[in-house]
Design a protein around this ligand. Structure first.
Ligand code: SF4
Length: 62
């Protein structure tokens, strides 16, 4: 699984980084970035963040 952020969609709410701060962080323009790709058990929390994003800005490639 590979994650990326649609920077045009992200509204900078910070929820993804709150849910999983090993995978997501906010950059200095308050847009989410992926700081590490999830592997194994980390995928469960990362997918929780994906599903929680209010604007669907976290993109998932299988
Ligand atoms: S949850 Fe979605 S909208 Fe909020 S910071 Fe993360 S990617 Fe952006």
């Amino acid at each position: 699984m590979k994650l990326s952020i649609d920077r045009d969609l992200c509204i900078g709410c910070g929820l993804c980084a709150t849910i999983d701060d090993e995978i997501f962080a906010m950059d200095d323009t308050s847009v989410a970035t992926v700081i590490a790709q999830p592997e194994g058990k980390n995928e469960i929390t990362a997918l929780d963040a994906v599903q929680s994003c209010p604007v669907g800005a976290i993109l998932v490639e299988e």
